[in-house]
Write a protein that binds this ligand. Structure first.
Ligand SMILES: Cc1ncc(COP(=O)(O)O)c(C=O)c1O
Length: 369
């Protein structure tokens, strides 16, 4: 008998939706896959980057350092932290999900607080790591109840998945300062941010690491569209935490794929790489913007979720149900996968990814109004 430890985590139900949509496509139905969490306006064009990589080298063929390549961690320091971090405090991971898993595994807190509109994996990664979790309504709620969060960690996801809204950076920094004073940990999991911001101008992470209680979880899946490369990182400046994280990282991974590290390093450090990133971001965000504008103009955006914030992407909430969208061949995910709202409300809405070519988007949405 194979006895199994059950954590209570569930295999992603979103995968079942995606499989159903693929079956429909195989039967000949035209489907626009807005259920996925990927940028699909264009691929990042790597044709000038691949020739820079020597596959016949120890760089690719041999175990990389446990924390990741030093040259990559230095490049991340320069681009994401404007050279203000210590590369020793940066740890490469297998994408953002493994960054979160390692953080949950390493962090000793009573509870992790998730946003009330949340990426479902947070719950499951918490369960796998036997970490208690709860939900906070919004940042005002945190501000007014700081004592309640003592000895806990709070996840911030901004721009948010599933809402795609962006909170005000200054308000966030003011809140983080209050949390620091109250001894509350902030886990910054915002892998969509760097898609929308110019890296040279965006000094938010530089400001964030001025606080000792902030742990950053990042990913190259969204900002450069390379989810297949499975690369992310953790930044934390607490040495005790980092020592344990380093051990957990070693025995979970034995080092992170050297090819993906080298590839991202070329994107961050070479002129051609920077150009490829910049082209990808410009083309992607241009169509995201047009798609959101189109939804607003045709009253298809669930504006009730965007009271005092702007929808930025890559997701937004449509005021149509999963079934209504599917009738037009649009794949989505019902909002009840991402919220604490009761099902009878949440099922009237769906999360859609707006990172697809604008022309295609319009073709599928024209019959909805
Ligand atoms: C909010 C959020 N954080 C982290 C991730 C992790 O992505 P990856 O494991 O591909 O880096 C995702 C992916 O969808 C996400 O939506």
């Amino acid at each position: 008998m194979v006895k199994t430890k059950k954590s209570g985590a569930k295999y992603s139900a979103i995968v079942a939706i995606s499989e159903n949509l693929k079956r429909q496509k195989a039967k000949g139905k035209y489907i626009l896959f807005l259920n996925r969490g990927i940028n699909a306006v264009v691929n990042i064009d790597l044709s000038d980057i691949i020739p820079m990589i020597d596959f016949n080298s120890a760089d690719i063929q041999v175990y990389p350092p446990n924390k990741g390549r030093l040259s990559l961690r230095k490049a991340i320091n320069d681009t994401f932290f404007h050279s203000s971090a210590n590369p020793e405090n940066i740890f490469m991971t297998n994408g953002g999900i493994s960054a979160l898993d390692l953080i949950f595994k390493t962090l000793d807190v009573q509870k992790v607080w998730l946003p009330s509109f949340y990426w479902g994996a947070y719950k499951n990664v918490a369960k796998i790591n036997h970490t208690a979790f709860d939900f906070y309504e919004n940042i005002k709620f945190i501000e007014n109840n700081i004592e309640q969060f003592k000895d806990s960690a709070i996840i911030f996801c901004d721009p948010n998945n599933p809402l795609g809204n962006k909170l005000d950076d200054i308000e966030l920094l003011v809140l983080v300062e209050k949390l620091e004073k109250a001894g509350v940990i902030a886990i910054w999991d915002s892998p969509y941010r760097k898609l929308f911001f110019e890296w040279e101008d965006d000094d938010f992470y530089k400001k964030l690491i001025g606080f000792k209680n902030v742990i950053i979880s990042e990913s190259f899946s969204k900002s450069v569209g390379l989810s297949g490369q499975r690369l992310g990182f953790v930044h934390c400046s607490n040495q005790v935490f980092n020592e344990e994280l380093n051990i957990n990282l070693l025995f979970a991974t034995n080092g992170i794929n050297a090819f993906s590290q080298l590839l991202i390093e070329k994107l961050l450090t070479t002129e051609k790489g920077k150009q490829a990133v910049s082209d990808f971001k410009r083309k992607t965000t241009t169509d995201i913007k047009k798609n959101i504008q189109y939804l607003i103009e045709h009253k298809l955006l669930a504006s009730e979720f965007y009271d005092d914030t702007e929808p930025l992407g890559i997701f937004v909430i449509a005021n149509k149900s999963y079934d209504e969208l599917l009738e037009q061949g649009i794949g989505s995910v019902p909002l009840n996968y991402f919220t604490t709202l009761p099902d009878e409300i949440a099922n009237k809405y769906a999360r859609i990814c707006v990172s697809v070519p604008h022309d295609e988007f319009v073709k599928f949405f024209t019959d909805l109004f």
